[in-house]
Design a protein around this ligand. Structure first.
Ligand code: ZN
Length: 259
């Protein structure tokens, strides 16, 4: 019997930008196409799993993003104490996915082998690959390794019954996505395997990329993993906040329920 988990998208930041910044080759219309920033909470069967940890207000100020609230505030509003999070899945080590991990003191961090290799290896000599990494996040993750707090995965892995990790790559060398069993079937948290619905639906890759080939292959893989194409949750699309219901009164604009 596989458990059915609750899944929530928690919005914590926003960035106003234009469509041309979201596709390789730009966009012929180039109107406004803002990004939302999320972490995702998966809970049930006595476990609380957080997918990514977001960035801090200090990093938001440094990078010119609108920080709405600490991701832990959204978590608390959903009734989950950050100290009770058992596992944190780090989809990849970009600044908007891995800051704040010190706010989850009890959690084991789950990371792909290839992501650590990417973030600490020769490709970081180049601005075009390292731009979305914060060196202190990467160093902090190395420290966590030495504390025995990181569990590495080499490709696809089962995290626990009904929750699995899948190596996609593309955006970064070791990007992983999360597949969750829910009451409406398998939901796939794509993170930056597809920033927007438009990236995967139109096969128009996002311009921050390690391998364009892996990124485009990843769009097909996401559909294969999910119950239906509409069960794939893109990593940064504001449409997620309108397509899914608010889980409880007072959480408008803060969280939606994906299961
Ligand atoms: Zn991102």
């Amino acid at each position: 019997m596989i458990p059915a988990y609750e899944v929530y998208a928690i919005k914590y930041a926003h960035h106003a930008r234009r469509a041309g910044e979201n596709f390789i080759g730009g966009d012929p219309h180039d109107g406004p196409m803002p990004l939302d920033y999320f972490v995702w909470l998966v809970r049930g069967n006595g476990r609380a799993v957080l997918v990514d940890t977001g960035f801090s207000s200090a990093v938001a100020a440094k990078r010119g993003r609108d920080h709405l609230r600490c991701p832990t505030a959204g978590l608390r509003l959903l009734g989950t104490d950050p100290a009770e999070v058992n596992d944190v899945v780090v989809t990849h080590l970009h600044y908007d996915h891995v800051g704040n991990f010190d706010l989850f003191p009890a959690a084991t961090l789950h990371l792909q082998d290839l992501e650590m290799r990417y973030a600490t290896g020769r490709y970081m000599c180049h601005d075009c690959f390292r731009g979305a990494f914060e060196v202190e996040d990467v160093v902090g993750m190395v420290r966590r390794v030495y504390e025995g707090r990181v569990q590495f995965h080499d490709g696809d892995a089962e995290l626990m019954p009904g929750i699995s990790l899948h190596l996609i790559g593309g955006h970064t060398m070791g990007l992983q996505v999360v597949r969750v069993a829910t009451r409406r079937g398998a939901v796939v948290l794509a993170s930056d395997a597809s920033h927007f619905y438009a990236n995967m639906e139109q096969a128009r890759p996002f311009p921050i990329v390690w391998s364009v080939a892996d990124m485009v292959d990843g769009y097909r893989r996401l559909r294969e993993l999910a119950e239906s194409p509409s069960h794939v949750i893109p990593g940064h699309d504001p449409l997620v906040m309108t397509r899914y219901p608010v889980p409880a009164p007072g959480l408008e604009g803060i969280a939606v329920r994906l299961d």
